[in-house]
Design a protein around this ligand. Structure first.
Ligand SMILES: [Zn+2]
Ligand SMILES: [Zn+2]
Length: 154
């Protein structure tokens, strides 16, 4: 074997054995059921506990489990990453109580959804590109950009 089982996308920490996989938290959509980020980097990304559910939702929407803006690739701080309704139908995306989803509710919804459905409805954009899309730029322009997965990592 000349490739590690998992390699942290931020610090480069590698896991070559089952035991070393312990440095990576469980993530069922990812290879070997482990995250693409090591626990330490993940904790740094999620400074508050409510960030954890957001990070999970962002990871679910990102093809290789690495949360970043679909347009520019920004990934440094999840506070600046936002969930975007691909078809701009956020107003129709209502809770059973008739309210618009926001914050934690939408992250929960995404986490409870089948992955294909979630990815067909939502995408991850940085705050800048999310606003850029709302002001003038059409959603279609960004919709065609497909996240690359350099390591073929699913
Ligand atoms: Zn790391
Ligand atoms: Zn961006």
């Amino acid at each position: 074997m000349n490739e590690p089982l998992r390699k942290c996308r931020i610090c480069g920490l590698e896991a070559w054995t089952e035991k070393e996989l312990e440095y990576f938290s469980k993530f069922k959509e990812s290879k070997y059921g482990r995250d693409t980020l090591c626990k330490k980097c993940k904790n740094q990304l999620c400074k508050k506990s409510e960030d954890k559910i957001k990070l999970k939702a962002l990871q679910k929407l990102s093809r290789d489990g690495f949360p970043r803006c679909l347009v520019c690739g920004f990934s440094d701080d999840i506070r600046f990453l936002q969930i975007d309704h691909i078809k701009n139908d956020g107003n129709k995306d209502l809770t059973s109580g008739g309210k618009r989803y926001k914050g934690k509710d939408i992250y929960r919804k995404i986490l409870n959804m089948p992955i294909e459905e979630a990815r067909s409805k939502y995408q991850v954009l940085c705050a800048f590109h999310n606003w850029a899309k709302r002001f003038g730029k059409t959603g279609a322009e960004y919709k065609v950009i497909v996240l690359e997965s350099p390591e073929g990592d699913d």
